[in-house]
Design a protein around this ligand. Structure first.
Ligand code: ATP
Ligand code: MG
Length: 138
């Protein structure tokens, strides 16, 4: 099964829409709630990162019996140093983003903890691609 969601940069009122849709889908598929929690937390953090740090993005969701694959592609500033960005507490969030309650620098470490596989690639000045895989079978 495949689904596609659009994400608007800067629009915090819609942040989390895709994650809650995916949560509904996984509930309907009777996926184990512990897996749903991991998947939705990882997706939410990646979705909010597009809202907070990029201009716009597309989320592609692909579910089969073995795994769920989430690919988030955005156009935006990109991440110049991915290793640094992965560190707990590292954030370039603006004052405006911090006022919305984000910018602790915990999103990427949280994605890493909840994903079975995480791949990030980025081109500075162009955008970022985040791939998250969670296995649905033990
Ligand atoms: N999609 C993205 N586009 C551009 N930069 C990004 C993107 N995602 C993350 N980053 C960069 O990586 C940093 C760390 O991201 P992370 O999600 O860990 O923290 P944060 O978003 O700043 O704060 P938090 O997620 O705790 O609210 C960000 O501050 C930003 O510099
Ligand atoms: Mg974040």
């Amino acid at each position: 099964m495949q689904y596609k969601f659009e994400v608007e940069g800067g629009n915090f009122s819609k942040a989390g829409t895709a994650s809650s849709e995916v949560k509904k889908i996984l509930n309907q598929l009777n996926v184990d709630y512990k897996l749903i929690k991991r998947i939705v937390v990882a997706l939410y953090e990646a979705e909010v990162n597009i809202v907070a740090h990029a201009n716009k993005g597309i989320i592609d969701v692909d579910i089969d019996t073995e795994r769920i694959k989430l690919v988030l592609n955005d156009s935006g500033p990109g991440i110049p140093n991915i290793e640094k960005a992965m560190e707990a507490g590292f954030s370039t969030a603006t004052q405006k983003v911090r006022e919305m309650g984000f910018g602790a620098g915990m999103g990427l470490p949280n994605i890493k903890r909840n994903a079975d596989i995480l791949n990030i690639s980025s081109e500075t000045g162009k955008g970022t691609s985040v791939e998250i895989i969670v296995f649905l079978k033990p």
